[in-house]
Write a protein that binds this ligand. Structure first.
Ligand code: SF4
Length: 367
């Protein structure tokens, strides 16, 4: 019998709390997930669902008013295959892990780069932080990294300052810095959200190719369900601090079970939509103080809400690897998105068309 290897990253029962003048607020509610070696796990959901704070907790970069109240984050890297709980590391040990084992690409490259140092200076620093080499070798490595991430004239770019580069170029520099330590896990948190769609597609394609070349795993955090369809192997859908659905990417788009997932997919434009199709929108917003909600946290926005929904909803597995947190999950017909929009396409059509529109072709994933 084939032995199943343990996941590279395993997050268990993670509860994150933020304090403010109004008291403590739980932002993730005992969430558990894992990332296998070599795979891309997508985390999708609207702003305020707890996706980004989860990635910051993994990196040990929570804001000062944030804390981990419960749970563990175990990383099994090549350097420590037996695994270590990142929450129990000293500051120094965590510095060793960041960049070498796990790296992160942040959303705002301009805020993340230092405006008073040249690009070359910053990339060389990133190289030297993780590898033992002299400045000359590090400069050569930095130039090589900038070339790999698609900067047209890396030598000239090394002498420039962040404000002299476009948004797309700055983001490429951030990616080069994230790759400097040859990490095993790359976290991309809304890495291309601020860029226009064409540049976004180029950069995501480049990240995907580098990920394969370097055999990295990836945690892709985004609100863009089309991007999830393009890039991920497995997906978790988060809503109001909870995981509401988890599945293989094809299963999720062919057979979305949770009404929130269905609506997210229905809100995605597709290449083959009828010209008069109205885009579906999910009514309302993510509740601000969701920890006080006893029943389903999606209830005030859900088109299927019943009296049963006031009870706490558990995550149930409906088929191997496919779970959802909704008592009606298996009963809603597959074609019913609940969006009720005129000209609505089936979920699968919409999303795979979105994938094609991102890439120009939908076959790349299997290539
Ligand atoms: Fe909608 Fe009820 Fe399911 Fe929540 S539990 S998603 S309110 S049907």
């Amino acid at each position: 019998m084939e032995q199943k290897s343990e996941p590279l990253l395993e997050v268990k029962d993670l509860e994150l709390i933020f304090s403010s003048d109004f008291g403590d607020r739980t932002v993730t509610d005992h969430i558990s997930f894992h990332v296998n070696a070599g795979e891309t796990l997508g985390i999708v959901g609207e702003s305020g669902c707890g996706k980004s704070v989860t990635s910051l907790a993994i990196m040990g970069l929570l804001a000062r008013n944030g804390r981990v109240n419960a749970g563990s984050i175990v990383l099994r890297s090549r350097r420590k295959p037996e695994g270590k709980d990142l929450l129990r590391l000293t500051r120094r040990e965590l510095d060793e892990v960041r960049g070498r084992d796990i790296s992160m690409i942040f959303q705002d490259a301009l805020a993340s780069l230092n405006p008073v140092f040249s690009i070359g200076n910053q990339v060389v620093e990133a190289v030297c932080a993780h590898q033992t080499m002299d400045r000359r070798e590090a400069a050569a490595r930095a130039e090589e990294l900038l070339r790999r991430v698609g900067l047209p004239d890396p030598e000239a770019a090394m002498r420039k300052y962040p404000f002299q580069l476009s948004g797309g170029m700055r983001q490429r520099v951030m990616i080069a810095m994230a790759l400097a330590g040859k990490p095993e896990l790359l976290i991309a948190d809304e890495a291309t959200t601020a860029l226009d769609v064409t540049i976004q597609a180029q950069i995501m394609r480049m990240i995907r190719d580098i990920r394969r070349e370097m055999q990295m795993s990836m945690l892709l955090i985004t609100h863009d369900i089309g991007l999830i369809a393009e890039m991920s192997d497995r997906v978790i859908v988060m809503y109001a601090g909870q995981i509401v659905e988890e599945a293989d990417v094809y299963e999720l788009f062919r057979n979305p079970l949770h009404p929130y997932t269905r609506l997210l997919i229905a809100a995605t434009p597709g290449m083959y939509d009828a010209p008069d199709r109205k885009l579906a929108a999910i009514p309302g917003t993510v509740p601000e103080n969701y920890t006080d909600i006893i029943g389903c946290r999606f209830a005030d926005r859900c088109p299927y809400v019943t009296t049963e929904c006031v009870k706490p909803q558990e995550n149930r597995e409906f088929s191997p690897g496919h779970s959802a947190r909704c008592h009606l999950a298996a009963q809603i017909p597959a074609a019913d998105t609940g969006a009720g929009a005129a000209g609505q396409t089936q979920p699968t059509e919409g999303v795979f068309a979105a994938r094609a529109s991102h890439q120009g072709a939908s076959a790349w994933r299997d290539s």
